[in-house]
Write a protein that binds this ligand. Structure first.
Ligand code: CMC
Length: 436
């Protein structure tokens, strides 16, 4: 963070003296006004619900230019990472700041691969859930539960603990997600298989069974890997900020990541892929492409709560670059599986075309986001709709940990403590119960 060669002055129309505040430059993106001394100097807070103009931290991990539709992990464009690197390389990049060379990639992959098994007792913990529980409810519990099983890596202030918990979380999430799925359908859990890639192993644990060999389809393996790369990090979104805020109290990494998973579940965030596919299925059942016009009228109606799920983003005011890459993967997967005429894909394309030309979406700068096509890809692979957000959590885990570890290593880090504008009752006396 570099001090800018100018300052910001805040003046007041009520005769209060103006104050000067330092401004910092990042390497790219908007400058920030440092308001940390504002309260001390003026007795006033800033008001910014939803963090529309507030940078809550400095970070060197991920950068989004929402107007351009650009996403960089450690400076590398997502388009290059998605087409030239795999998820293990992406994890290394996010965690350590650089892409690995061949040897480092081998070592890192070996390390992750050899932490994929979970404590045998985790399955008894899992068996305590109802079989029809939502996988995100199960995952929030299982991931929080990791802190009860891995006591030796829970000290967030110890760099070695942070390192080992990071590897454990990245390695074990595919195992836990697939266990949650197998449990829900009553099939036996499959142990990880170390000669498979991260994505190949996940596909096998999801769709294999102990009675026969599972042959990994390379197109689906690549698609899964791309889903992981595209979801790996997305700077200070709601779940990442939750992880940071939760971790700022000094809690252990497993608890902080569980908080992130809980936040991700919401339909305005990671739950959007599930909500998007449900929307497409409902629209298909109601008449499909022929009903798109009617549906769009509802979406645009100010008095309705219907939204075009998979569209719009707080930061992207242009096409989400991940959506383009996901659409490519969608084409590849549907072709591989002979599903080119998939009615939901056709419906999604029709919705996208109409929305991109519609004045409502154009003026509000609402474009497809990553979730618009990711559900179609996952459904084609055979992943049930209620597992989609769990897959997102699996992929985002590395981003959450990288951000958490960055925060803990930042000398300026403090426990997060937002302030408020109080609008409630002023001090009053409790009346006796008979007079209330
Ligand atoms: N369909 C219809 N109208 C929309 C949509 C949509 N998908 N998204 C935004 N709008 C309207 C919104 O009603 C508002 O209109 P007005 O100005 O008349 O009040 C305007 O566009 C601005 O929207 P906003 O809700 O104030 O914007 P936000 O930045 O607070 O919310 C969002 C962003 C992603 C929550 C929202 O666009 C949304 O709910 N989209 C659908 C859910 C979705 O796809 N979420 C996935 C996000 S990407 C994955 C991730 O990062 O988790």
């Amino acid at each position: 963070m570099k001090l800018a060669d100018y300052k910001a002055t805040l003046s007041f129309s009520n005769g209060k003296a103006p104050i000067e505040m330092p401004v910092y430059n990042g390497t790219i993106g908007p400058d920030v006004v440092d308001i940390r001394k504002l309260y001390g100097q003026t007795g006033m807070f800033t008001y910014d619900p939803g963090f529309l103009s507030t940078a809550a931290c400095q970070s060197a991990i991920t950068y989004i230019d929402g107007d351009k539709g650009e996403l960089l992990y450690r400076g590398y464009p997502i388009e290059q990472l998605a087409t030239q690197c795999d998820f293990m390389e992406t994890c290394h990049l996010l965690l350590y700041g650089e892409l690995p060379n061949a040897q480092k990639k081998k070592d890192f992959t070996h390390l992750v691969t050899h932490h994929t098994m979970v404590h045998e007792q985790m399955q008894f913990f899992l068996r305590g859930f109802r079989r029809d529980a939502h996988p995100m409810a199960v995952l929030t519990g299982l991931i929080g539960g990791l802190s009860a099983f891995y006591h030796d890596s829970t000290d967030i202030n110890n760099p070695e603990h942070r390192e080992i918990s990071a590897i454990r979380l990245i390695a074990k999430l595919p195992t836990l997600v697939s266990m949650a799925y197998k449990y829900s359908i009553g099939q036996p859990f499959l142990y990880p298989k170390n000669d498979l890639s991260y994505s190949g192993n996940f596909l096998r644990m999801m769709f294999g069974n102990p009675c026969e060999d599972y042959v990994v389809n390379p197109v689906l393996e690549r698609a899964m890997d791309r889903i992981f790369v595209l979801h790996a990090d997305h700077e200070q979104n709601a779940s990442t900020s939750t992880v940071r805020l939760c971790g700022s109290s000094g809690t252990n990494p497993f608890a902080a990541i569980a908080a992130g998973v809980a936040c991700l579940w919401g339909p305005a965030h990671g739950g959007a892929n599930e909500a998007c596919l449900n929307m497409l299925q409902e629209l298909q059942a109601a008449g499909g492409v022929a009903k798109v016009g009617e549906f769009m009228t509802q979406v645009k109606d100010k008095n309705s709560t219907v939204k075009l799920m998979g569209f719009g983003h707080r930061v992207y005011k242009n096409y989400d670059p991940r959506a383009k890459l996901m659409q490519e993967t969608c084409d590849e997967v549907l072709k591989e599986l002979g599903l080119e005429n998939d009615p939901l894909f056709k419906l999604a394309k029709a919705l996208e075309k109409i929305a991109l030309e519609d004045d409502y979406f154009v003026t509000k700068k609402l474009y497809p986001n990553v979730d618009f096509y990711s559900g179609i890809v996952q459904r084609a692979i055979g992943i049930p709709v209620n597992m989609f957000t769990g897959i997102f959590a699996l992929a985002r885990t590395v981003g959450w940990i990288a951000q958490l570890n960055e925060m803990i290593s930042d000398p300026e880090y403090k426990i997060g403590r937002p302030r408020q504008l109080f609008t409630g009752a002023v001090k009053r006396d409790v009346p006796p119960i008979a007079k209330r």
